[in-house]
Design a protein around this ligand. Structure first.
Ligand code: NAD
Ligand code: TYD
Length: 357
């Protein structure tokens, strides 16, 4: 396989790149990432010199660049993760999400079609998507399945829903082999500290306020990032073209319960008085249009592709907290913005993206 992974310098992308580089030494892995605030090559230091790995800085909306990559590396598989991924940012700057997540996906599909359409055998376009396309569940109203109607409610989820639709359209209209997976909330090392769990870890460490939206009663279904990456590998290898697979950990938590848990584990690890960090919790104004509950029925991927999560939340959350405590330099660099300046110096030689810069 010659695999183009987009967004490989981000959170899930960097775990995915590392997994495929290590696991498939006979395949070539091309990581295309424009390095927004969320992309950080420090995440991939350990594999940057692997012989089966190439990093290219560029924008998924740059059609000429994508064509060059398909031609030069004879791309057979695309694992598309590049996206603007944070709901709160999508509320402030929806257009950026539409340009990156919708138009960017369209450009990739169009180039893949051009290069593959004479012979689609051995080719696959894999879109890594989110369960947020299904909208919001009530407190006790069931689970998202693959046939739940789409009902996105934030600019982020609407943009991901649109890109899912485009991927399916290329399958039905042009016969392109595609798969889509819709995963629940991920957590683990290298997640940018704007998302709930790493933000709380960062703020507890620095004794800063812990902003809980509304009453903290919203529910998310959490999956350890390496379990998601194993699922991506499973879907790539065994998924049927045209199919969708939901990925999740059967692990629903109310936000406030997670914040309490992280506070308590960190108090014990940092030698603080029991209960000390809970005093940092501040109930702040709710996110506009805040989805109440996400929860995944993952039985299709479990039954048909034989994937199950390996980490329990209890082990995963401790591994995650330990990683952030052991990698405070990383945390400092991404919150100070130093890493961007550093990598801009190193990689500011190629083509540059427009709207994401
Ligand atoms: P992330 O924000 O950590 O990383 C996104 C990466 O994409 C960054 O490295 C960024 O530089 C890159 N990127 C952004 N715009 C680009 C562009 N125009 N061209 C090239 N690269 C660009 O995101 P993440 O949390 O790792 O999510 C990765 C994918 O998985 C996204 O598509 C997201 O929708 C999906 N997803 C995420 C979660 C989650 O819980 N984080 C859950 C389900 C699905
Ligand atoms: P987030 O990590 O942004 O993921 P998503 O919105 O994609 O599910 O948020 C997870 C939950 O935590 C969500 O219900 C919003 C809430 N939240 C807070 O209460 N405070 C915060 O500071 C953040 C970032 C999120």
């Amino acid at each position: 396989m010659n695999i183009l992974i987009t967004g490989g310098a981000g959170f899930i992308g960097s775990h995915t790149v590392r997994h495929f580089v290590d696991r498939y030494p006979d395949s070539h892995i091309v990581n295309l990432d424009v390095l927004t605030y969320a992309g950080n090559l420090q995440n991939l230091k350990d594999i940057e010199n692997a012989p089966n790995y190439t990093f290219i800085r560029g924008n998924i909306r740059d059609e000429a660049l994508i064509k060059d990559i398909f031609k030069e590396y004879q791309i057979t598989h695309v694992i598309h993760l590049a996206a603007e991924s944070h709901v709160d940012r999508s509320i402030g700057d929806p257009m950026l999400f539409l340009y990156t997540n919708i138009i960017g996906t369209a450009v990739l599909l169009q180039v893949a079609k051009k290069y593959w359409e004479n012979d689609y055998s051995g080719k696959l376009f894999y879109h890594v998507s989110t369960d947020e396309v299904y909208g919001s569940l009530g407190q006790d109203s069931g689970l998202f399945t693959e046939v739940t109607p789409y009902d996105p409610r934030s600019p982020y989820s609407a943009s991901k829903a649109s890109s899912d639709h485009l991927v399916r359209a290329y399958h039905h209209t042009y016969g392109m082999p595609v798969v889509i997976s819709n995963c629940s909330n991920n957590y683990g090392p290298y997640q940018f500290p704007e998302k709930l769990i790493p933000l709380m870890i960062h703020n507890i460490l620095h004794k800063k306020e812990l902003p809980v939206y509304g009453k903290g009663e919203n529910v998310r279904d959490w999956l350890y990032v390496e379990d998601h990456v194993r699922a991506i590998d499973t879907v790539l290898q065994k998924g049927l073209s045209g199919q969708t697979y939901n990925i999740g950990g059967h692990n629903e938590w109310k936000n406030l319960d997670i914040v309490h848990l992280v506070c308590d584990i960190m108090d014990s690890k940092l030698g603080r008085k029991a209960g000390e960090s809970r005093n940092l919790i501040a109930f702040v104004q709710d996110r506009p249009g805040h989805d109440l509950r996400y929860a995944i029925d993952a039985s299709k991927i479990e039954n048909e592709l034989k994937w199950t999560p390996e980490s329990t939340f209890e082990t995963g959350i401790v591994k995650t907290i330990d990683w952030y405590l052991d990698n405070q330099e990383w945390l400092k660099a991404v919150t100070s913005g130093v890493y961007k300046t550093y990598y801009d110096r190193q990689y500011n030689t190629g083509r540059k993206g427009k709207l994401t810069e």
